[in-house]
Design a protein around this ligand. Structure first.
Ligand code: ZN
Ligand code: ZN
Length: 144
């Protein structure tokens, strides 16, 4: 797998990672919408130890178990880390240099989507998160 790269809007913060991408999903939860000022957020998960950050990345505690980060120069949201998944960093896919390196596999927190959103894709639409979907026996991973 080729190396993944990304950056914030102004370019002061950049990241690179060897991969592989562990999962990818479009999140409609209210927290993500508010934190990103966006209708929903395209995420991917990657091993935390494989990501190298450069530049003025600032962390803040967005809820009890969650640290989100952003560029302290331009404010672009960059990442999400939770002690629930201590080995993973979740990165905003919109920061990727090459958008076609990303392929969403599911919608999550579909139950919290904005009411006017109309989407025509045929991805699985999980009412809650991926963990809940897995526990309910719903397949969400790309077929290998
Ligand atoms: Zn920036
Ligand atoms: Zn979310």
């Amino acid at each position: 797998m080729s190396e993944l790269k990304g950056r914030c809007y102004c370019g002061a913060v950049s990241w690179q990672a060897k991969g592989p991408i562990l999962w990818s999903a479009l999140c409609h939860c209210e927290d993500c919408r508010q934190a990103a000022s966006s209708d929903y957020v395209s995420w991917f998960g990657i091993e935390r130890s494989s990501v190298i950050w450069n530049g003025p990345r600032q962390m803040y505690q967005s809820s009890a178990k969650v640290l989100r980060s952003f560029c302290s120069d331009c404010g672009s949201p960059l990442s999400f880390e939770t002690e629930v998944f201590p080995e993973e960093t979740h990165i905003y896919a919109a920061t990727m240099e090459n958008p076609s390196a990303y392929q969403p596999e599911a919608h999550i927190f579909w139950s919290e989507r904005v009411p006017w959103l109309t989407l025509s894709d045929d991805l699985p639409k999980h009412p809650k998160g991926l963990q809940a979907a897995a526990e309910a026996g719903k397949p969400w991973l790309r077929s290998e």
